[in-house]
Design a protein around this ligand. Structure first.
Ligand code: URA
Length: 254
């Protein structure tokens, strides 16, 4: 571009800028930044301020997997569950219900979720259903004080004993899987539909009961839940058949 300045005027201007401290030329043309500012679009009056960046969303199932994997013992697993804050049920429950009975037993029973009594005492199966469970186990020579270990799919009581939600089951299943691995039972007894859903991915206890299956590398037998047997006492004869099946299996395992 041809300059409107003569040589001497341009030189004088350049020397003046050097005197002011300019050390390098950034562009060929001067930029009027006041004019630029005025041309920039202004926020409309009343427009909402820009939203702050969203915090990164945590996937609760992923968080549960990581927490469960890091637990090297049953007590570490209990602590990891106590510290897990993604399950809403925790906030409405009085206690974490982790286990009862003898860790390392050949038989591990998996129930659904704590009810009122379990929530109060922090132990699984201590209400009416639990008393029936104890009588059922006793009939085949088992007891939680000697040779059975017990836990639930969910460690916190759902409000009004409602059924656990699929999202709650999904986020607590990594803990259950780790629980089974650390307790090292030979066989698993799944009480009712919720445990079948969590561990076998199947529902339909009337069809599933009494049929051996595999979950997480262990032989697994679904049975009617004792709470269901309290409501449907005629079904106890089928539960008795399943208990005998369990007893026979234990006799045949070393
Ligand atoms: N029903 C369950 O499934 N678990 C309990 O601990 C109590 C009742």
């Amino acid at each position: 571009m041809e300059s409107a300045l003569d040589y001497w005027s341009a030189k004088a201007l350049l020397e003046w800028q050097v005197e002011l401290g300019a050390t390098e030329a950034l562009c060929d043309e001067p930029v009027d930044r006041y004019a630029l500012e005025q041309a920039a679009p202004k926020p409309k009056p009343g427009a909402a301020p820009a939203a702050p960046p969203k915090p990164k969303e945590v996937d609760p199932v992923d968080a549960a997997r990581k927490a469960a994997k890091g637990a090297a013992s049953l007590s570490a697993l209990r602590d990891a569950m106590e510290n897990f804050s993604h399950c809403e049920l925790k906030h409405g429950a009085r206690n974490l219900v982790f286990c009862d009975g003898q860790a390392g037993s050949r038989v591990m029973i998996i129930g659904e979720a704590p009810g009122r009594d379990e929530d109060l005492q922090g132990k699984p199966f201590v209400g009416r259903a639990g008393q029936l469970l104890d009588r059922m186990l006793e009939a085949i020579g088992l007891s939680r004080s000697e040779n059975v270990y017990i836990t639930n799919v969910l460690p916190w009581r759902p409000p009004q004993n409602r059924d656990p939600l699929p999202t709650e089951i999904a986020m607590m299943t990594p803990f259950l899987e780790r629980h089974v691995a650390l307790a090292e039972p030979e066989v698993l007894v799944l009480m009712g539909n919720i445990s079948c859903q969590a561990m076998l991915g199947k529902r339909g206890i009337t069809r599933l009961r009494g049929q051996w299956d595999q979950a997480w590398g262990k032989p697994t037998i679904p049975m009617f839940h004792p709470a269901y047997l309290l409501r449907q006492p005629l079904q106890k004869r089928l539960a008795w058949a399943d208990l005998l099946e369990l007893k026979a299996r234990l006799g045949s395992l070393t």
